[in-house]
Design a protein. Structure first.
Length: 406
């Protein structure tokens, strides 16, 4: 077995810890943020770009790669590492998130990126949440698995625990996830419990399928569900945490607000084995990462930093940011003649060579080079952010308030 996890430092007065994940394709210093490579590519960037900015781990999408080009084809070409020329640690999801994004997310008009927390949307009123329905779901869930209708051509695709694990074996990632049902923040208690219990049964089937394949080069993470209901989260953490997974992810609905997400983590993490890594799925806001680290999360993934970059939102130090999220809108006219780099403290290629005025021009002109330069900067900012969190934990100076005031 090439996988192991060691905790190297703990921060006083919090659950924050620094550690090292050992995998067949290299070590990962934690806490770590992974870049999202949905279709075996981080948008606008090459593997060499990712290496140059310090990305340690990326996550690819099982559902999308199974549809196109197909996991069997990727396996014939040597697996996902060889296919995309990324010889470093790699994770794949299970397809469980697509149960949400092609199902409840369409039904309820919620999503991981823009509005996972409906209570925090401008003018949101809880009594109006059910009226946000957007359309007809593209998947159907039963106790055995999920039937999807392809978003590409409408053909049917079936995923169940065994098929999900088989696809991930073919892709060959170092870290793989159990197949689960990701619920909506608008789902009822009764439905959330039923989905959680289904996820628990699927978790055992995933472990059995993984054991049959005897893949010592891949480590399987279980996923805790239960929505924003305390008793369900605690029950799921006990059940999933009691199974022989190599690590654990916290997924599904994290509540209708950031406050509820913090509560979910407070209920869940103390009931997971301390010696194994924990991954918070789909979260990438800077302060959300700090709050997660303080509660004992080791791994994060989110497509937001590269999506922000493509849409003109660039990460910067707090003192020069336009908002609490530490971003500037590069398309604003104020940057048209600004000779400064995006962030004077940043060491990325973009900040070392180009001005805000140039990025402003590229973005407004929709030049393709903008997407690479902006994505390089935002992901490098995330890598520096995680580096500083690790350093603060090791130095014993980690503090949520200190980082909030930074």
């Amino acid at each position: 077995m090439t996988f192991s996890f060691e905790i190297t430092a703990r921060a006083p007065s919090t659950r924050a810890r620094a550690g090292i994940l050992h995998t067949a394709h290299g070590d990962i210093e934690t806490p770590a943020f992974m870049a999202v490579a949905t279709q075996a590519a981080v948008k606008a960037l090459t593997p060499e770009d990712l290496q140059s900015i310090g990305v340690q781990l990326i996550i690819a999408n099982t559902y999308h790669l199974a549809l196109r080009p197909g996991s069997e084809k990727i396996a014939e070409l040597g697996g996902l590492h060889a296919f995309m020329n990324w010889q470093h640690p790699l994770m794949t999801d299970s397809g469980g998130f697509q149960v949400f994004s092609l199902g409840a997310a369409i039904r309820d008009g919620v999503g991981k990126i823009a509005d996972i927390f409906p209570a925090e949307q401008a003018g949101a009123r809880e009594e109006n949440f059910p009226s946000q329905s957007k359309g007809v779901p593209l998947c159907k869930i039963d106790d055995d698995g999920v039937t999807f209708r392809s978003h590409l051509d409408g053909t049917l695709m079936r995923l169940d625990p065994e098929r999900s694990i088989t696809i991930q074996h073919q892709l060959g990632a170092d870290l793989i996830l159990a197949f689960d049902e990701c619920t909506s923040p608008l789902d009822s208690y009764e439905y959330t419990r039923a989905a959680m219990e289904r996820t628990h049964r699927w978790a055992e089937r995933c472990l059995e399928q993984h054991a049959r394949a005897r893949r010592d080069d891949q480590s399987l993470f279980g996923i805790v569900q239960g929505g924003a209901y305390r008793d369900l989260r605690e029950e799921s953490a006990r059940v999933i945490g009691g199974l022989p997974f190599d690590g654990f992810a916290i997924g599904g609905s994290l509540g209708k607000s950031k406050k509820e997400m913090h509560a979910v983590l407070d209920w869940t993490i103390p009931r997971l084995p301390d010696s194994k890594p924990r991954h918070l799925l789909g979260i990438g806001e800077l302060q959300d990462i700090v709050e997660g680290v303080a509660r004992g999360v080791d791994l994060f993934d989110c497509a937001s930093p590269t999506r922000w970059a493509r849409n003109g939102a660039l990460l910067v130090a707090r003192e020069i940011a336009e908002n609490a999220e530490q971003r500037i809108a590069i398309s604003n006219a104020r940057y048209a003649l600004d000779p400064a780099p995006i962030d004077p403290t940043c060491d990325c290629y973009t900040c070392q060579h180009f001005s805000r005025a140039y990025l402003h021009h590229l973005h407004r002109a929709r030049e393709l080079s903008y997407y690479r330069l902006a994505s390089l900067h935002n992901l490098r900012f995330m890598m520096r952010w995680m580096r500083d969190l690790r350093a603060a934990i090791r130095a014993g100076t980690f503090s949520v308030q200190r980082l909030a005031d930074r």
